[in-house]
Design a protein around this ligand. Structure first.
Ligand code: CDT
Length: 310
């Protein structure tokens, strides 16, 4: 009898620039209720769920930037989501943009949290791999300004005891880097939540466009398999303020197979009954880290080849 957990991925369709937080939270609550009706114990939302993905636009107006961020979590507009989760008895994963004043200066992060069924925040992660650029590029059809609007996360890749297993988080571009998963795998993560906002078009390398969905799945399936963990990939999808974003939210088994996948580019829920012990035989054999990893040789390789070229 394995440890089983029913996990839902709550994909979000596009969010208009003018759409209020209250309206978005209503959409999220509707998805949470659908997930609960399907038996979900945990509901996972995308990266920066509460607004349109504003790094696609350039502004120098600090107040305009701050308006995309949450100062408190929960705050007045997100409290209904926490209340509904408690009423339904479900936990959730939420990506949002965090404005932190705790150090006495303003800091902005691309953040995600885990919330238990009592509405308590049990884990927080701040995105480490920030893609894009910090300068305005008016010649491109849209911007990718995460390096301008966010600081690199300062909390590391944490893992928490949650829902009968060990849970970790990564955010969007992190999923393309094997180190993100490995640091969680080394902490015994059974489930890794990953929200994303990924445009179909990559202005810096348009020849990659046709492979966007393939690379999405390739990254998450290999991260799952090589670390014997479930990976839950949750998209903000569809045509948002002129930027078409990939969909394909999916729940991936520790064998690297896709157990469930969204079929639309709109608000949509998928669920999977996840056996948290499914990765055990991989951890004990092919990916027995203690027996088979050769970290001393990885270091030798780095020393021989020298530092990464600029
Ligand atoms: N949000 C985010 O991290 N998006 C990036 C954009 C593409 S850069 C190749 C991503 O990795 O999906």
């Amino acid at each position: 009898m394995g440890r089983h957990l029913v996990i839902a991925a709550a994909q979000m369709g596009p969010i208009a620039r003018t759409e209020s937080r209250a309206a978005v939270v209503r959409r999220m609550i509707d998805l949470m209720r659908q997930a609960k009706a399907l038996g979900a114990e945990v509901v996972a939302y995308p990266e920066a769920t509460l607004t349109a993905f504003f790094p696609h636009w350039f502004t120098e107006d600090e107040d305009e930037v701050d308006a995309w961020f949450e100062r408190d979590m929960p705050g007045p507009q997100t409290q209904p989501l926490f209340d509904e989760a408690r009423r339904l008895g479900v936990g959730f994963h939420l990506g949002y943009c965090e404005l932190d004043m705790s150090s006495g200066r303003k800091r902005r992060f691309n953040t995600s949290i885990l919330v238990d069924a009592s509405g308590r925040i049990i884990g927080k992660y701040r995105k480490i791999h920030l893609p894009g650029h910090s300068d305005h590029r008016p010649e491109t059809p849209f911007q990718n300004l995460e390096k301008r609007y966010f600081e690199v996360g300062d909390l590391g890749f944490g893992a928490w005891q949650a829902w009968g297993g060990v849970a970790g988080m990564i955010i969007c571009n992190d999923r393309r880097w094997p180190e993100s998963y490995r640091v969680l795998g080394l902490q015994g993560a059974d489930m890794i939540f990953c929200g994303y906002n990924t445009p179909v078009h990559h202005p810096a390398a348009p020849d990659h466009d046709r492979l966007g969905q393939f690379h999405n799945e390739l990254s998450m399936q290999s991260g799952a398999y090589q670390n014997s963990a479930w990976v839950i990939g949750i998209a903000k999808a569809g045509m948002e303020e002129g930027v078409d974003m990939i969909a394909g939210s999916c729940i991936i088994t520790p064998t690297g197979e896709i157990a469930a996948r969204c079929s639309s580019a709109e608000d949509e829920v998928i669920v999977s009954r996840c056996d948290l012990d499914l990765g055990r035989s991989y951890r004990e054999t092919t990916f027995n880290f203690a027996r088979h990893r050769r970290t001393e040789h990885y270091q030798m390789i780095v020393e021989r080849t020298g530092p990464t070229p600029p």
